[in-house]
Write a protein that binds this ligand. Sequence first.
Ligand SMILES: Cc1ncc(COP(=O)(O)O)c(C=O)c1O
Ligand code: FES
Length: 401
Amino acid sequence: MQTCIYLDNNATTQVDPQVVEAMLPYLTQYYGNPSSMHRFGGQVGKAVKTARAQVAALFNSEESEVVFNSCGTEGNNTAIRAALAAQPERKHIITTQVEHPAVLNVYKQLEKQGYTVTYLSVSRKGQVDMMELEASMTGNTALVSMMYANNETGVIFPVEQAGAIAKEYGATMHVDAVQVAGKIPLNMQDSTIDLLTISGHKLHAPKGIGALYIRKGFRFRPFLLGGHQERGRRAGTENVPGLTALGKAAELALEHLPNVKQEKKLRDRLEKTLLKTIPEIEVNGGGTERLPNTTNIGFKYIEGEAILLSLDQYGICASSGSACTSGSLEPSHVLRAMGLPYTILHGSIRFSLSRFNTDADVDRVLELMPQIVDRLRALSPFNSDQAEWLQGREEAVATSK
Ligand SMILES: Cc1ncc(COP(=O)(O)O)c(C=O)c1O
Ligand code: FES
């Protein structure tokens, strides 16, 4: 199998070998159904309990507040629907312009069903403004839904403060924490958040397993109806190998949290050296609080996709935004919302690290990037003289839409 220097960990992560080891017995000998009456199934039930405790430890929550599901997308869909069902008389939702499609596309549908949605703007640095949130709140607001950190820029949002504002108005606070679990500590014990989503494949567990935190006492309405698994909050026979993997991944993430500064050191070295060695580049979301593993850099006058293809030829995996929208040629909705100039919008790429990256990985990128950028810029018909013209063209396209 082809391997690469993998710097696309916000898209998905390598499954930790210890996670594979933990889940394997539940794919082979322990295949019982945890709901069965017999002892064979009972053993498997114990694994579910252990995994729940491990995820609760990552959340710093009670075990009963953890519900396993299939992914971050399911968690977000479920949380949003549950928040609206809890207060059906309220018809207003507040979110941000830079959420993941697993949130934004739910709101698009809800708008068609009679809900009003306020999309909070972000600054040039990609940060939300709590004054704008406060000014948007009304007695009709059912839900404030905000990501903990943005998948493209890594910018961290003040979700606790947002939750406190939501509470003042009696609204539910939902947080998409898919990108932060394992990267910054979570503390649900002492939190204003009611519902919080994580996804296994972003923290070294496999794809297809996730968890939703549901604050004790929250009037929760399930999304999937059927059997009484997960205490009636998520029907469907449990994905035991998956949740065992997520439990182990959560345990390892918690252990690793004090060492996240190592990833940050690597990220900072990558970022600072690129800024020093390549002219006309900028860090998108720089100068505000960000995830320790993420850097999103705009290289003026060239296409992000061209940089990615060049890197790919050298066996380096990076990305130009979210994996699910990268098939389209539209520039990222996140960078667009930040009001970045045309040439940055089209020339941005993201490197996202994990605990498996090494100094040698960063060295290789630092060795290759100046020559890649030089070569692409030499071929590019654009330069700083046309930057103003390009910006004008972008604005003309935007207003004609
Ligand atoms: C911020 C954010 N939310 C939600 C998701 C969706 O998670 P999943 O792939 O588990 O459905 C992702 C994954 O890209 C994400 O980055
Ligand atoms: S589903 Fe992961 S980037 Fe979209």
